[in-house]
Design a protein around this ligand. Structure first.
Ligand code: FMN
Length: 204
């Protein structure tokens, strides 16, 4: 499926969590950059404030991120959790080709909060919503190109070291990490809750 048709029901069904990845890509780095640029341009944000920021790490830079995550986990996580959970998972992510780190820049929203004091409490939540939309859009589009992806949350554990290593403002808020690479296995089996418990239509 091309990205042109990705935002369809089929494209949404094609977006799955793929954990078995190799350090190859099925598309060029230029194509990855193009898709990321389109996503950040065209995904909505509150008041069109465009608060999303993305740090994209490929190849050895991607490996450096997960080496750093392992180093931090080794220093901070209880030994048993480190061995059974963190080490094997971080090794899976490191085996991939790249990671996109999704940030929100609160400074972009500040001006809108000042103009609309009655909404000021809502803005952090809406910023999170917008970040989730970016994550979903990019996840769907990269998988439509044949890449495999999974979504991780090693924030806030990695925030300070990532900011220091890649010169990212400490004011930005790290929301999620999308790991990607060439799929080396299928997604896990998925079950679905009955729709009758989840959708309520009146007036049909
Ligand atoms: C907001 C959100 C947070 C998630 N956090 C993680 C995570 O930290 N680690 C992980 O492996 N998967 C994470 N996932 C992936 C979900 O577990 C996964 O999407 C879900 O089980 C459905 O499987 P699918 O992605 O294959 O459709 C997250 C998904 C969402 C939407």
């Amino acid at each position: 499926m091309s990205t042109i048709t990705a935002f369809s029901i089929e494209g949404m069904k094609g977006r799955r969590s793929i954990y078995a990845l190799t350090n190859e890509s099925v598309i060029s780095d230029e194509r990855i950059e193009e898709i990321i640029s389109e996503v950040i341009m065209h995904t909505p944000s509150p008041f069109n404030c465009q608060s999303a920021r993305m740090l994209v790490l490929l190849k050895e830079q991607h490996e450096k991120l997960w080496d750093l995550a392992l180093e931090i986990a080794t220093a901070t996580v209880p030994p048993e959790q480190l061995e059974t959970l963190y080490k094997p998972r971080i090794a899976l992510f490191r085996a991939g080709y790249g990671t996109v780190l999704f940030y929100e820049d609160p400074a972009s929203l500040k001006r809108h909060g000042e103009l609309r004091p009655m909404l000021i409490d809502k803005l952090p939540e809406w910023s999170n919503h917008s970040s989730g939309m970016h994550q979903f859009a990019l996840w769907t589009l990269l998988e439509a190109e044949g890449l495999g992806c999974n979504l991780q949350h090693y924030n806030p554990m990695i925030d300070a070291r990532v900011s220091e290593t890649w010169n990212i403002s400490l004011e930005w808020s790290l929301k999620a990490q999308l790991v990607f690479g060439k799929p080396a296995g299928p997604p896990r089996e998925k079950t679905f809750e009955p729709l009758a418990k989840r959708v309520f239509i009146h007036g049909k």
